[in-house]
Design a protein around this ligand. Sequence first.
Ligand code: NAI
Length: 328
Amino acid sequence: MTTPVNVTVTGAAGQIGYALLFRIASGAMLGPEVPVRLRLLEIPQAVKAAEGTAMELDDCAFPLLAGIDIHDDVAAGFAGTNVALLVGARPRGAGMERADLLEANGGIFGPQGRAINDHAADDVRVLVVGNPANTNALIAASNAPDVPKDRFTAMTRLDHNRALSQAAARAGVPVAQVRRLTIWGNHSASQYPDLFHAEVGGRPGAELAADTAWLTDDFIPTVAKRGAAIIDARGASSAASAANAAIDHTRDWTLGTPEGDWTSAGLWSTGQYGVPEGIVSSFPVTSSGGTWDVVDGIEIDDFSRARIDASVAELVEEREAVRSLGLI
Ligand code: NAI
């Protein structure tokens, strides 16, 4: 049997964790040939719930599941980890200011970044799901000086998938016929889902985007505020779709994106498309050989530029806030 890949999932006892672990163990994330060893990292109060989930994983008798360990210690949780899915985060409590939220999450993602730096495998790849995902990824990456910055990513794939679905519905085509959409910026309401370079049902996405009223009053806000709409309808935040997006992101990162298509991911900016260096921002990306590359040469018109700049400005503000708190 091939050596198992070590996959650490933080927040394993939470609702995304519950929707994610079974799919990882089934082979949906790394492929049907690759055995996985799961590391569930939780806070001490949630270890018992994680043990319950581990019992259910055992009861699935997944042929690819080579073992499960449960930890409440970060160093042990990331020891030898190849893939780290950082899902557990501190939610915004009643009366909590944004600075309090960033500080509370800095207390989680700073130590996790250091533990990844010191204990993970050399090829570690990190996906941050826990919100505020982009800035939590920035904090983790900044606390892991020995790990290349391009190994830390933030999840905007759920936003990407939401945009694919909305565009397909508008055009009346199957979702598989929508390609090359982009989410730019922050995983927040300021994000910019960009249809202009997409292909929808074999036609330029710009044709759909030419209906400016639909684009600005319907498509963009529906995608950007979908998380709130799900909470409103379900009484709980997106879980299965978020877990599915984490699977899609990690599968494409590991196995590559399809020829002729691209996807979206939050990456450490090196200045592409005028996005300042040293923030984690969503870009159009392809992957091959286990590395994300930002797609080159997309022309950005004034409409898109203003929206990208607004979302990026929010990320810069978040960076300044965590910097002034001494978290990076
Ligand atoms: P949840 O509250 O059901 O679960 C969170 C789990 O994290 C809990 O079991 C908690 O004990 C654990 N946890 C907290 N601090 C931890 C730490 N320091 N180490 C390890 N575990 C820790 O939340 P849910 O619904 O699973 O969501 C998780 C996160 O994902 C939230 O921050 C949510 O906002 C975010 N999210 C991000 C999305 C994205 O597209 N990037 C989409 C949907 C959710």
